[in-house]
Ligand binder design. Structure first.
Ligand SMILES: N[C@H](CCC[C@H](N)C(=O)O)C(=O)O
Length: 264
């Protein structure tokens, strides 16, 4: 079987996007791993499927390179929104997301950050605004869900953290029944931060949209920054706006690299 795809990225967080609205396609975990493989397949941080939806302009499914399916993907939501036109509603497992494309930037209402321990989820009850846990100098993170699970550690210097070593250990800790995305953030001013991420099921990526939203919500929860802030990641920056009810909006660029066909 041959399948056409569009290779896109949001700040270097890259995706193989398959439009499955006309031709249904559900990759097996092995096929998702093959497509994401940067030597044997297309190569991407996530495989994205656009499917029909009865509630929105499209349903978006998200597969990590390890074959696991995720509930949310901020950067891919911006990419798919840019394919659907000026303002679109996209349904994911996390719910309905409203998007608006203004020139080359896309704004996504990513929904409310959820801080309940069962919403993250954690394996048992804890104060999610400062978990009483630590790993090699990373301590007292904020735990929350943006539809997908996130941990946010506030650190003095993001470059001093060996995230490649610590990320997988924390991601797989039994405290997180569905594993977790591991974010570290350094506050550089009231309205700007530096962010690095170890993504669940994907590892280190250049940027993480839901992670940037989680960072904004965590810092506002801890009253450490302004509610509108710029999150700087290795691949570029996102504007994050956190509302009173912890609804989070994210605005940033998208790019299409090329189209292709892969044999499965
Ligand atoms: N690895 C994430 C999904 C992709 C998130 C990221 N690429 C984004 O832009 O939000 C997870 O398993 O929850």
């Amino acid at each position: 079987m041959q399948r056409a795809f569009t290779k896109m990225h949001g700040l270097g967080n890259d995706f193989a996007v398959f439009d499955a609205r006309a031709q249904p396609f559900t990759p097996t975990p092995a096929q998702a791993r093959h497509i994401a493989d940067r030597r044997r397949g297309v190569g991407c941080d996530q495989l994205i499927l656009i499917e029909p939806s009865t509630r929105a302009d499209a349903f978006m499914r998200i597969f990590n390179p390890d074959g696991s399916e995720a509930e949310a993907c901020g950067n891919a939501t911006r990419c798919v929104a840019s394919l659907l036109g000026r303002s679109a509603t996209i349904e994911t497992r996390a719910g309905l997301l409203r998007t608006r494309t203004i020139d080359r930037a896309v704004r996504v209402d990513m929904g409310q950050a959820r801080f309940g321990w069962q919403e993250v989820p954690l394996a048992y009850a804890m104060d999610t605004s400062a978990l009483p846990v630590g790993w090699d100098g990373l301590a007292h993170p904020v735990a929350l869900s943006m539809g997908n699970p996130h941990l946010v550690f506030i650190v003095p210097d993001v470059d001093a953290v060996d995230l490649a070593a610590l990320g997988p250990v924390i991601e797989q800790d039994p405290l997180f029944p569905q594993r977790i995305n591991v974010n570290i953030v350094q506050i550089t001013s009231e309205t700007a931060v530096r962010h690095r991420v170890w993504e669940r099921g994907a590892g280190l990526t250049e940027a993480c949209g839901s992670g940037a939203c989680a960072v904004g919500a965590a810092l506002v929860k801890r009253r450490l920054t302004h509610a509108t802030l710029t999150v700087h990641m290795p691949g570029g920056a996102l504007l994050i706006e956190v509302a009173e009810d912890f609804a989070v909006a994210m605005t940033g660029p998208v790019a299409t690299a090329f189209s292709g066909v892969i044999k499965l």
